[in-house]
Write a protein that binds this ligand. Structure first.
Ligand SMILES: [Ca+2]
Length: 730
């Protein structure tokens, strides 16, 4: 008896000292659009995520974590309410949470338990009109993207990921002693900047602290890259925004590499900021009693299956990372990996459970606390329900159930098209067994369980209102033209004539006046300044634009370019059709800013040899075009053949056989140039995208004649310099 009493006293003492009886603090990092394939501890040995990996080493990593509905706002509302979309949604406006479902969020329950609550970052949930987010957190700050880089009072730019963690660190620093807290840091990264499709820095902007990471490596193509996988999909999945946006991001090697490196940098940027936060937590002496949760709002195809985005039913879309690091659990429970099926739906129940509050009866998920602290409860779920109904006229809606053996879904607006995947034998879901007679019993029982879940969670969705709209053909001729409406001649207007919308560049140099894009420099520029079209990369095209430049001015149409953030956020290097007043030898020439510089002066028909050397094969007449007048510039690029005209007069004609030096796609930009003060104006900026697969001209069909001579390079040349002759013996 006495020894038991002593032991009890000791336990209480130890308990007090270790704070084990104080409610734990909770920090919840939620990323955007991230599946498990881009985290080190989930098996990616290229990406650097040391801080996230360390959380997994000290905590629990969930191998089977999923979202109920794979789209940002539904997933987030599910976390806030503890309810599936089907349940929280307003009939007829299913994305909108019903008022009674958002009266008390998990943050309110925690606050009632004495917690100080904070939220920084992306919200995106669709709430009733009377809902005020600030009422549900002690500290609330929405921090969004578009742009990711936010101007600071000192004139610098700071990335949204960093700003969210700034908020978190301030929250920690102002945390009163002895009071528990629950802090939500919900990132916008790694969501693409959808409206800005400049590969890399435009589409997946990263915190500049991770500049240069992954630049020197080639990242492996998507695992499920075989076109046969895409071709096997039913038409309604081959023509959705899952396919349309594939052409924004992944459809060429160049785009893929540039974007995936940028995406990896976004992830490493998050990791770095998590490290900074954990250090602040350490410095505040809060580490030992703070649980850290790392999760994502939905998965991401990243080019797998010929798709991008999320939304549909495959594992790439539904599966998310989930790591929970609870420093209070016993050593034996740290660093473990669990195969328990976890859902975003479980998170609020878990938070509430950690705070020792009663889990609301309405919650549809279960607390993960026992799994983290001990083991998987015997009665833990063996099957999960998944659905999609958001943006139902453009994203195929589905519902179904998944267990460790099989996944069944049906696409309700597409004739109840069914999928049945054998996840054990076919984990990549390459075979659809829905019509396989041997699996009829499995299909039937999963169908019944789907119906039961549907009934339990709110009943069948009402019929689709209006028609379903396909977003693309599976194989568009010109990927830049996907989703684009053209005029009768096939041209698209690139300027709205009123704003700089759709263009990325500094308003210090660029503006819109009288329907024209205006670039101005006062003559003090240190580097050329660009404004880049954000709509897509361009490959083969016919570009027409009216141009007016003041005397002495120097600008250019930069095409098939690449962003050069290492030089400046808006710097681009590519081919250029020069716009130069007062120098007819340069006006309309082909200059290349990637390194080869002058490829063709005005009036030269040129072939660039395989070694990058340009040879003049014929002279063309050179004309002068008056400054301060509108002139139509035309750039026609087909494969490796480039032609420039001013007012219908050809100024450059070039074939590029230099495989290493040339670019076959890239962004479109215009520039204001270092040099004298000037004003440049562009209007009626129109492009016609030509098919991507136009054939390249071959050296065999276009031999360089022996009397061709070298293009005069842009360099200090000796006074007696004469051009080399192609056929001359060296
Ligand atoms: Ca998302």
């Amino acid at each position: 008896m006495r020894s038991r009493l002593v032991a009890l006293c000791c336990m209480m003492l130890v308990g007090n000292v270790s704070l084990a009886q104080q409610p734990p603090n909770i920090v919840f990092f939620l990323t955007d659009d991230q599946t498990t394939s881009t985290i080190g501890c989930y098996g990616n040995d290229v990406i650097k995520t040391p801080n996230i990996d360390a959380l997994a080493r000290r905590g629990v990593r969930f191998e089977n974590a999923f979202v109920s509905h794979s789209i940002c706002w539904i997933s987030r509302t599910t976390i806030l309410t503890g309810l599936t979309g089907r349940t929280f949604g307003t009939p007829g406006n299913q994305d909108l949470a019903k008022p009674e479902t958002v009266e008390t969020l998990y943050s309110d329950i925690l606050r009632n338990r004495g917690y100080r609550t904070g939220f920084y970052g992306k919200w995106h949930s669709t709430m009733p009109e009377t809902f005020r987010r600030e009422d549900h957190f002690d500290e609330f700050e929405e921090i969004g993207r578009n742009p990711y880089y936010k101007p600071q009072p000192d004139g610098t730019l700071r990335h949204e990921t960093e700003l969210i963690v700034d908020g978190g660190v301030d929250f920690i620093k102002s945390q009163p002693k002895g009071r528990p807290f629950a802090l939500n840091l919900w990132f916008n990264a790694c969501h693409a900047e959808d409206s800005d499709r400049r590969p890399g820095i435009g589409h997946f902007p990263w915190p500049r602290t991770v500049d240069g990471m992954y630049d020197d490596i080639t990242i492996a193509p998507p695992k499920l890259n075989d076109p046969k996988i895409f071709d096997a999909l039913p038409d309604f999945l081959r023509t959705t925004i899952n396919r349309e946006r594939f052409f924004w991001r992944w459809n060429t090697d160049q785009k893929y590499q540039t974007n995936i490196r940028a995406y990896y940098r976004m992830v490493s940027g998050i990791d770095r900021e998590i490290g900074r936060f954990i250090q602040a937590l350490d410095e505040a002496g809060l580490t030992d009693n703070t649980i850290i949760v790392y999760g994502a709002d939905n998965g991401y195809y990243m080019g797998n299956r010929g798709l991008t985005g999320k939304w549909s039913h495959f594992e790439n879309s539904l599966r998310v990372p989930l790591i929970i690091c609870d420093p209070r659990v016993s050593k034996s429970q740290q660093g473990k990996v669990t195969d328990a099926i976890a859902l975003n739906l479980d998170l609020p129940a878990t938070f509430v459970d950690w705070a020792s509050a009663e889990i609301p009866a309405r919650y549809q998920g279960s607390s993960l606390k026992p799994i983290v602290a001990d083991g998987v409860p015997k009665d833990w779920r063996t099957e999960s329900f998944h659905e999609h109904f958001a943006v139902r006229n453009r994203i195929p809606a589905f519902e179904g159930v998944r267990n460790k053996e099989f996944k069944y879904v049906r696409y309700i607006d597409h004739g109840n098209y069914e999928f049945l995947h054998d996840l054990k034998n076919d984990p990549d879901e390459l075979v659809n067994l829905a019509k396989d007679p041997q699996h009829m019993a499995t299909l039937q029982s999963m169908k019944e369980r789907t119906a039961a879940q549907v009934a339990k969670l709110g009943g069948p969705l009402p019929p689709l209102v209006g028609a379903f709209e396909a977003s693309t053909v599976p194989y568009p001729e010109a990927s830049a033209a996907v989703g684009v409406k053209t005029d009768a001649d096939g041209f698209v207007n690139l300027l709205d004539g009123k704003t700089l919308n759709g263009w990325s560049g500094s308003s210090n140099y660029w503006s819109v006046k009288d329907g024209a894009l205006i670039g101005v420099t006062d003559g003090a520029l240190k580097t050329n300044q660009f404004i880049t079209w954000e709509g897509s990369t361009i490959r083969n095209f016919d570009l027409r634009v009216q141009v007016k430049v003041t005397p002495g001015g120097n600008s250019g149409l930069q095409y098939r370019g690449m962003s050069r953030p290492e030089i400046g956020l808006d710097i681009v290097s590519g081919y250029q059709c020069d716009v130069v007043a007062n120098n007819p030898d340069f006006n309309g020439m082909l200059y290349e800013e990637r390194g080869r510089r002058i490829l063709s002066h005005t009036g030269e028909r040129v072939i660039v040899n395989t070694d990058g050397q340009p040879w003049v094969i014929e002279k063309l007449p050179v004309k002068e075009f008056e400054a301060d007048q509108w002139h139509e510039y035309r750039v026609l690029v087909e494969g490796n053949h480039h032609q420039h005209w001013i007012d219908g007069h050809m100024t450059a004609d070039l074939i590029d056989f230099d495989e290493k030096g040339r670019a076959l796609e890239g962004v479109l930009a215009v520039q204001v140039h270092v040099g004298p003060a000037m004003t440049i104006a562009y209007k009626d900026f129109r492009i016609k995208h030509l098919p991507d697969n136009l054939p390249l001209l071959t050296a065999a069909d276009h031999p360089i004649p022996a009397n061709a001579y070298g293009v005069k390079p842009q360099a200090k040349l000796p006074p007696d310099w004469v051009p080399p002759i192609f056929g001359a013996k060296p």
